[in-house]
Design a protein around this ligand. Structure first.
Ligand SMILES: Cc1cc2nc3c(=O)[nH]c(=O)nc-3n(C[C@H](O)[C@H](O)[C@H](O)COP(=O)(O)OP(=O)(O)OC[C@H]3O[C@@H](n4cnc5c(N)ncnc54)[C@H](O)[C@@H]3O)c2cc1C
Length: 371
């Protein structure tokens, strides 16, 4: 096996893999189709389970003074709401700042990071991968697929989840509004939910997940917000008392929570490419970071101990399932039964009001242990 690694996608999973591999002296190259810094649809709340790891590598983005978040507000479609403490909590940082910061750390560690460099085609000849990009062709002994929720590559690779349509649409804004630094709010509306929390520079992130049909029925994002989201009085207040900082929202469609494979065509998949957790868990970024750590550790062991490709693929798939498979299923169940309708969201808020211990346990179950 050639001991160089190509990493497709420079989001959290890809950049953390690059930092970990490069610091172990393993040659690696990140291919990112966009150019840093850039915005992307994400609630930008990072679970504190990542803190020991980020601190141990010296890559916690301290210079941005990310707000620390340790209270949770949940509201039903009706606006009825409850507050809960978050035992683990998290911090808020924009992907605009965080991804760009990590790309710098990856370069400092010795990784090559190609920006504006989409991987268009990938083939494997039994020993070596060949990658075709707009900047030319590259070869690598190993490939980490960290290209996010959904990409043209999935179609080219013929992954099965890609043929199943998904109705979910994500919308994100940065706003200036009066919102506490230490709070993350999750407000339900008919057919979806909206997360609100602070990031750096007194900016507040407002990000929601809705259904394609709701958007179609209203005829667009603005009408959906006016006619559906603002029926929840707490959301109405935010929409009416905020300055919206983007000219237009960041949007993403076809968000699919279908099961995927952690290893596919000999590529080791990390972050959302291996499996996407429902956003209400506020945990996808932590999982992307953790899977970047995991995949780089398994690769380092494989190279150090001269293990085979078969060993590498089996070990990574087993560890990935052990760490993440249950959480993905749990997130789907919670989204299905406790969010996005009058009845389910009321049940969730009543649970938080009447049985806060159980509600806290449910929140905790969506999170992993600190690593
Ligand atoms: C609405 C919504 C809200 C969310 N809120 C939160 C939250 O508050 N907290 C949380 O922890 N998680 C949240 N998540 C989940 C979180 O955003 C993802 O889990 C996380 O971004 C995954 O990181 P990643 O590195 O796997 O993928 P990404 O961050 O998507 O990075 C993938 C990268 O690959 C690049 N790429 C794609 N194709 C190619 C190609 N062919 N060649 C080269 N580059 C390519 C892309 O440009 C991108 O930069 C949310 C998700 C959604 C949909």
């Amino acid at each position: 096996m050639h001991k160089n690694v190509a990493i497709i996608g420079g989001g959290l999973a890809g950049l953390i893999s690059a930092i970990c591999l490069a610091r172990r002296g393993i040659a690696c190259t990140v291919f990112e189709k966009r150019s840093y810094p850039f915005h992307r649809v994400c609630g930008e709340y990072v679970s504190n389970e990542t803190l020991p790891f980020l601190n141990s590598l010296g890559i916690f983005p301290r210079s941005f003074h990310p707000p620390h978040i340790h209270r949770f507000q949940l509201s039903a479609v009706s606006g009825k709401h409850a507050f809960l403490p978050l035992s683990l909590g998290g911090f808020g940082i924009s992907r605009y700042a965080f991804d760009s910061f990590l790309a710098g750390k990856a370069r400092e560690a010795g990784a090559t990071v190609h920006e504006n460099c989409e991987v268009n085609q990938i083939t494997f000849n039994g020993n070596l991968f060949s990658l075709n990009t707009i900047s030319g062709n590259f070869t690598a002994g190993l490939v980490i697929g960290a290209y996010g929720k959904r990409a043209r590559l999935d179609v080219l690779l013929g992954r099965s989840f890609i043929s199943r349509r998904s109705p979910y649409v994500g919308v994100k804004y940065h706003i200036r509004t009066d919102f506490p630094d230490d709070l993350i709010a999750l407000h339900n509306f008919e057919g979806g939910y909206c997360g609100i929390s602070r990031v750096e520079n007194n900016i507040t992130n407002l990000c929601y997940l809705t259904h394609r049909d709701a958007l179609r029925k209203c005829g667009g994002i603005e009408a959906l917000e006016r006619e559906v989201l603002c029926k929840n009085q707490l959301l109405k207040h935010i929409f009416e008392h905020s300055e919206f900082l983007f000219a237009k929202p960041e949007t993403i469609s076809e968000i699919s929570f279908h099961i995927r494979e952690p290893v596919y065509n000999h590529m080791l998949m990390a972050g959302d490419t291996a499996g996407l957790i429902t956003p209400l868990c506020g945990n996808g970024m932590a999982m992307a970071i953790r899977s970047g750590k995991l995949v780089s550790e398994v690769i380092a062991t494989c190279f150090a101990e001269n293990k085979s490709r078969v060993w590498l693929e089996k070990t990574y798939a087993r560890l990935w399932k052990k760490h993440f498979a249950l959480r993905l299923r749990y997130g789907l169940l919670v989204q299905h039964y406790l969010f996005g309708s009058h009845a389910s969201s009321n049940a969730a808020v009543n649970l938080a009001l009447q049985l806060p211990v159980v509600a806290r346990l449910l929140v905790r179950l969506s999170h992993g242990r600190p690593f």
